[in-house]
Write a protein that binds this ligand. Structure first.
Ligand code: ADP
Ligand code: MG
Length: 403
């Protein structure tokens, strides 16, 4: 595949001489931690290519990240200290943890560090100035490096001091992870091999309205599942029983997508049948009913067997597939068949396949198909923002940084 225009003009870490330089790297180490234990280190692993490259090229590597939402104050449970330990195990080198990210003491430690050293700064969001994108705070961060590398794909759609602000003061380039994500997701947006099918599920139409608008324009078909299917069915006048239907503008937004799909000649597929129960819980009595005739007191919690078949057959013809959002409440076995069937269908497709979104990626892992997917995006919100056609502040900042 050719390189997409998303990366063609983007300054890359691979073109930089970094030996002897202090390189400040924004990574996405926002990993789940319970009682000091890291539950899933995928995001740490995803940053390894860049860190490893810099160490081998004799740079001094200064890593920074946010973790959770400490709301601008020090929260011990949201310290990055456990991440420094895990990173050290993974990279088989010492990683020095520094318990703040700005200030004279931090500057002195960074000044004394040697080429090949790896330092991890404390959670940038312990300072309210990070999310506020405060220029003075960004300048303090920038003092720690000769070069800024943004490798935090998960936050490229946000304007924070540590993701965009810092690039106003020192030269900036994209890290390997950011470059790879843009390259892969770029294939969906620019000249995808057709037919191009998208599967969109999950909870809310309003969360995904922007991406749905763009996908019905880009793709040949969009297959709807999950709770948001109820909102679409309700827009078509179906009886949805006590299914979750998005209040507020949900139905209006769904109708907009239905109309736009027709204008754009995109086939919008909705569930034919659904698995219903009286409560969203384990061990419930279930039945399969037509999607537009859900009895009172019952709610749709998964797509049904006819819908699974329709979607599987449809996906078999696609040459490009993007999937975001589970088909049902896959966390509960009774309502997992729809999501499992889609995961298998995407994995079985020999074309170019992409999964994005926190819960969808979790489903791909749970159903053990991840190694048969062309690209699994590490950044849910960022991937959706890119597919919405939004400009990405983290990328803009690299392009506008001083040389
Ligand atoms: P992603 O993180 O992949 O973007 P979302 O966050 O939009 O996906 O949606 C995932 C959630 O939607 C899951 O927790 C799942 O249980 C829930 N969900 C899916 N289908 C239904 C349904 N029919 N009723 C209620 N919740 C649902
Ligand atoms: Mg989610």
């Amino acid at each position: 595949m050719t390189s997409s225009s998303f990366v063609r003009d983007l300054p890359s870490i691979s073109g930089e001489q970094v030996a002897g330089k202090r390189v400040l790297v924004r990574v996405d180490f926002n990993v789940p931690i319970v009682d000091g234990e890291i539950q899933d280190d995928n995001r740490i692993q995803a940053a390894m290519t860049t860190i490893d490259h810099l160490v081998r090229q004799d740079a001094t590597v200064i890593l920074m990240s946010h973790l959770g939402r400490p709301k601008g104050q020090r929260v011990e449970e949201l310290s990055l200290r456990p991440v420094a330990e895990r990173l050290s195990e993974l990279i088989e080198r010492p990683v020095s943890f520094i318990d703040d990210c700005v200030g004279e003491r931090v500057e002195a430690i960074v000044r004394d560090a040697e080429p090949g050293d790896i330092l991890l700064l404390e959670n940038t969001r312990f300072h309210p100035e990070d999310t506020a994108n405060d220029p003075e705070f960004a300048r303090q961060l920038a003092r720690l490096g000769d070069l800024f590398v943004n490798d935090a794909f998960g936050t490229v759609h946000r304007s924070n001091a540590s993701t965009t602000g810092v690039a106003a003061y020192i030269p900036a380039v994209a890290g390997f992870l950011v470059e790879h994500e843009l390259q892969q997701l770029g294939h969906l947006v620019e000249a995808p091999n057709r037919p191009f099918a998208c599967i969109v599920g999950g909870l809310k139409v309003s969360d995904k309205i922007g991406v749905l608008e763009n996908l019905v324009t880009l793709a040949d078909s969009v297959l709807i599942g999950g709770a948001m299917a109820n909102t679409f069915l309700a827009a078509k006048g179906a009886d949805v029983g006590s299914s979750y239907v998005e209040d507020g503008d949900g139905i209006k937004l769904a109708q907009q997508i239905i109309d736009l799909a027709e204008e754009e000649d995109c086939s919008l597929l909705l569930p034919l049948d659904v698995v219903v129960a009286q409560k969203l819980a384990e061990g419930q009595e279930t039945q399969v009913v037509p999607a537009d005739k859900i009895p009172d007191g019952w709610m749709a919690l998964d797509i049904g067997p006819r819908t699974r078949m329709l979607y599987i057959v449809h996906l078999a013809d696609a040459h490009t597939i993007f999937w975001n959002g589970p088909m049902g409440v896959f966390e509960i076995e009774e309502f997992a068949d729809g999501t499992r069937a889609i995961a298998d269908a995407v994995a079985d497709n020999p074309g170019f396949t992409v999964i994005g979104g926190g819960d969808s990626v979790a489903a791909a892992n749970q159903f053990k198909v991840a190694d048969r997917i062309s690209h699994i995006s590490t950044g849910g919100g960022a991937a959706l923002a890119l597919l919405e056609g939004e400009s990405l502040p983290g990328i803009e900042a690299i392009l506008e940084a001083p040389l």
